[in-house]
Structure formats: structure tokens, C-alpha cells
Write a protein that binds this ligand. Sequence first.
Ligand code: NAD
Ligand code: ZN
Ligand code: ZN
Length: 235
Amino acid sequence: TKKQAPCSKDTICLTQIVLFLSCQDCTICMEALAGPSGYKGPGVGGISRAESVGRLAQCGHQYHLQCLVAMYNNGNKDGSLQCPTCKTIYGVKTGNQPPGKMEYHVIPHSLPGHPDCKTIRIIYNIPPGIQGPEHPNPGKPFTARGFPRHCYLPDSEKGRKVLRLLLVAWDRRLIFSVGTSSTTGESDTVIWNEVHHKTEFGSNLTGHGYPDPGHLDNVLEELKAQGITEEECLP
Ligand code: NAD
Ligand code: ZN
Ligand code: ZN
């Protein structure tokens, strides 16, 4: 029989791990990580104790594996999982934006509040269509109001960064969604998703215009909440 090696700095003692786990709770179900998941649902039975705790690779936060699976299944199943403790996003989040076109070009005029640069104009065009399985009412038509929608960014370094990330958001179908418009109350229609755009050029009648000194930073935060950052998008 082999003699067991003593605990050293290179190997963590098993009793230490057990003690560590037993005093930590899974913050999804609020039960101890050392015990079973507090989530009693179908589909994830029969996993052994050794496989029952998952450690998220990037942030290191730990949960019952069954709780992570339940959280994913109870969400919108968009291909991503967000750590409920620190909000780190795993996987690539995608949306349900219908097919369409995104174009942009530079126009030789300055936006209020950005006198030293030209302006990027983005043109989104989405035609009406039929809802897919990823939409609220599959098989039912959806309308598309106010297209083409024109949006404006300063053609500055930060404005161009926002544009690069918006192009990624478009590819991931995160700029628009299908649902009920909070402005008009119309249901089954194309609506802006969680990323704010400026749709007025020289005026600010709707509140979606310039000047707005915080706009670019706000959009960068909103893109981050969708899992889109420059660090993540660079090769
Ligand atoms: P919504 O009303 O459900 O709102 C979703 C988000 O978009 C909210 O955060 C809201 O603050 C923002 N938002 C609302 N109106 C906006 C606007 N005019 N510009 C930029 N952001 C706006 O979203 P929705 O139904 O897609 O848009 C609201 C209305 O604005 C729609 O009736 C649409 O037709 C109209 N619109 C028209 C044009 C146009 O060029 N004619 C352009 C953009 C929006
Ligand atoms: Zn749990
Ligand atoms: Zn975390």
C-alpha cells in the first residue's frame, strides 16, 4: 500500500477544503455548498457530490451546479450566463433582433456639444415580418415603425469606439427586439433594446438628442451590460 504524502504548500489539505465549503453558502439557493442544492426542479438529478459544485472560471465564485443550470433555464436562454455575485458574463449573449440592415457614414457637420469633430450617422432599416420562435408571439406578424431610423454619434475617438461596439451588438442581434413599445403602447412591433441611441441631430425635442455630455459613457455601460466591451472584441 502507498503511503499518503503529507500536506504541503503545493497541495491543499482535503480537510481544509471540506471545512471551507461547509461554511460557504450558494447565494442562488442560500443553502450550504457542502450540502445539496436547495433548488428542487426536474432535469438535473443523479449527479454525484463531487460534481455538484461549480466554480466560475473567470471570477471564481462558486454555486451548486444544479443551481447554475436552473438559473440558466429560468432565464431567457440567450447563450450566456451572468455571475449573480459580480455580474461577470460567461458565453456570448445574443438577442432576438429581426433581420435588417445597419449602415453608417460620416457627415461634415458637428453635433451640439461636439464642435471639434464631424458626425457619424447610423441608419438602421428593419422591415416588418413574421415572428420566429425566439419572439413573444411566434408565427404572428410584427410591425416596424419609423424605419429607416437615423442615429448620430460624434466622429471622435470615443464615438468611433462606440460605433465599433454597436456593430458587434448588431451582429449579436442586441440593438432591437420585438415587443411592446413603451412610447406608443403598440405590441408585436420592433423596439429599441437596452442600448440608447440619439435619433435627433440638431435639436433635443424628444430627449434623444444632443448635447448630452454623458451619452457616450452611458452607451459604453449599456453595451457592457450586454457583454460587449473593447477588450473582449479585440482579436
Ligand atoms: P420604446 O418606446 O419601447 O422605448 C425603448 C427605448 O428606446 C427606451 O429606452 C426609450 O427611451 C428609447 N426611445 C424611445 N423613443 C426614442 C427615440 N425617438 N429615439 C431614441 N430612443 C428612443 O421604443 P420604440 O417603440 O422603438 O421607439 C419609440 C418610438 O420612436 C417609436 O414609435 C418609433 O417609431 C419612434 N421612432 C421614430 C423614428 C423616426 O425616424 N421616425 C426614429 C426612432 C424612433
Ligand atoms: Zn445552490
Ligand atoms: Zn462572480
